[in-house]
Design a protein around this ligand. Structure first.
Ligand code: FAD
Length: 369
């Protein structure tokens, strides 16, 4: 059976696909989204939306239900006996259960007139459009938002990458009132745990390491303060694992297929910026689609991804270097303005130059601490 032609067919109805759909609708394009699952779709995630993610969502017309969410003021780093925190310069971040984010984005997309197809497995592409269980859906543009192991990327010949790195993650929710209005990043031996307050009675705990067999239960003894907090607390979800892939692709589009979200690369989960990247890319992609050409998308994609990629590199430098990590933490404790400046540039307040200047300031302090 042949279906009507749509302007944009989005493969994958996760946050990136829905953001792309919303942005394209803002430009007056007709949009269909297909996802093999049914909503609300869950996925292991730290569930923290940094202030720049919240702002990007707002630009897409999405209002978050604050009564189901939790505001956080900044980020706290903890390692050994040291702890330092930095507040966001102006706005706040939002912790929100992933299923709630998905539900809300679907509602907004439906209201905006996006055509949704759930339980719809995309099985291939051809020169006229997208095959859903081998039925053709003709489309002018195809947006691949089918996640880190995107098949569309392969079908479109965009698999070639310049860099790839991966780490393993496990996340679990606990039924406990948040003890802090900061996202906490705890540094341990070859692993990190970060804790996001996501509701008045819930926290989300995510473990990241290079050891695929390291589960939360095994890692907690390295983090006595967290183990103490969580002792005897009921879990609110099943522990779920995921791979956090950082991939730098050689190309993010052809002349009619564009990649977005984790399908288009991704940054290490430790940055907490994966969703923000997808939301910001969505707006830039829609501009290109509306202009009738994807020629500018690669540069737009690159410039949005630059800052989180630099931050990921900086954070991963500390991953296995206990002495350097302690020096950085001591620097932050001694001069919290350094951390505050770095965090501000991380969440998009300031230019790439500011970011470089903050990095240099940190470097100088490290030499002199
Ligand atoms: C442990 C962890 C913690 C993280 N913490 C944070 C954080 O705190 N803040 C943050 O901003 N980011 C965080 N991230 C990153 C963030 O979760 C991802 O960047 C984000 O989920 C990417 O969304 P996406 O829509 O690209 O992909 P996905 O959410 O994976 O969506 C892809 C969709 O495509 C569908 N699909 C796949 N193949 C097909 C097909 N053939 N046909 C139809 N549908 C298909 C899937 O069903 C799925 O719904 C974290 C990641 C991890 C692993």
């Amino acid at each position: 059976m042949m279906h009507d032609t749509t302007d944009v067919f989005v493969i994958g109805g996760g946050p990136a696909g829905l953001a792309a759909a919303l942005a394209a609708r803002q430009r007056g394009l007709q949009v269909t989204v297909a996802d093999s699952c049914t909503p609300p779709i869950d996925k292991p995630c730290g569930e923290g939306l940094m202030p720049d993610s919240v702002a990007a969502l707002r630009r897409l017309g999405v209002n978050l239900p604050m009564h189901e969410a939790y505001r956080f003021r900044g980020i706290r780093f903890l390692g050994g006996a040291l702890s330092s925190e930095a507040e966001f310069p102006e706005a706040f971040g939002i912790g929100l259960r992933r299923t709630i984010l998905h539900r809300v984005m679907v509602e907004h997309a439906e209201r905006a007139g996006v055509q949704m197809m759930w339980n719809a497995v995309v099985t291939g592409l051809n020169d006229r459009g997208v095959l859903v269980r081998n039925q053709l859906f003709p489309a002018r543009w195809i947006v691949a938002a089918d996640g880190g192991s995107s098949q569309t990327r392969r079908w479109a010949g965009l698999e070639l990458h310049r860099k790839k790195d991966q780490r393993y993650t496990f996340r679990q929710h606990y039924k406990i009132a948040p003890w802090s209005d900061f996202v906490e990043l705890h540094w341990g031996p070859n692993c990190q745990i970060y804790i996001t307050p996501i509701a008045v009675n819930r926290v989300c705990v995510a473990l990241i390491s290079r050891n695929s067999a390291l589960r939360l239960e095994d890692a907690l003894p390295y983090f006595p303060a967290i183990a103490e907090r969580l002792r005897g607390v009921d879990v609110a979800s099943v522990e779920r694992g995921a791979v956090s892939v950082t991939r730098k692709l050689a190309r993010v589009c052809t002349d009619r297929v564009a990649l977005i979200g984790d399908a288009s690369g991704g940054v290490d989960a430790i940055t907490g910026e994966g969703l923000c990247l997808a939301f910001q890319h969505a707006t830039r992609l829609a501009e290109c689609l509306a202009s009738g050409s994807l020629a500018r998308y690669p540069e737009a994609h690159r410039s949005v991804a630059l800052r989180p990629a630099m931050m990921a590199r900086m954070l991963l430098l500390l991953e296995n270097r206990e002495t350097l990590r302690q020096r950085v933490l001591r620097t932050f404790v001694k001069d919290p303005r350094v951390f505050t400046r770095l965090l501000a540039t991380h969440v998009g307040e300031g230019s790439h130059l500011d970011f470089a200047a903050s990095g240099l300031a940190l470097g100088w302090k490290l030499l002199t601490v």
